[in-house]
Design a protein around this ligand. Sequence first.
Ligand SMILES: [Zn+2]
Length: 207
Amino acid sequence: METLTQEDLTLCDTKKVLAMMDQIGTGGAELEKELMNARVEGKGKRPSIETVFHGWLLQLDGARFVGHCHPLHCNMILCSRRAEEFATQRLFPDEVLCCGSQSVLVPYADPGLPLAREIQAKVLNFLRRNYGSPPRLILLQNHGIIGVGATSMGVLATLAMAEKAARIFVGAASLGGPVFLPTHIAQRIGAKPNEAHRHRPTAVKTE
Ligand SMILES: [Zn+2]
């Protein structure tokens, strides 16, 4: 990503990308063809196989940026039996401010349409439980994490804080097990997010 240039980016037609979600059975070579057809004016490199979930998440209320990565400590937890605890509980206030009081946990699905549909199902479930308020952090079991937000810095803050929280979780697990914030306190902190704090890059330094 550090060496990414404008030529490595492909502009896609959202309508065409979203239409793929409903095309039951689309996969493999067919998906590749659809992705090539979704390029605006047919220009640019082949879009990523994960374009579909990016496109769908960008439809969420207030979502303008979606970031996806596979950080080491997050994946230690997401490849363990404790993924659900990491998704539903919080360890410290900054984690709540950057990642929300809960994350969406998505069971393993193959990349491409199976994963996009699984993410859609779990996020819709989350929206129903949270009065339409979208998640900031989505955890993919045996795969990685996704940040969703209004600004690129906000998404970066969410992803960096998720990895910091994961490092603390893994450390706490080696010291007898993490002690989580009481749920009502995490919810109270999450209900009043301090946007300025959340988007300040210095707030997410991990070292
Ligand atoms: Zn991935």
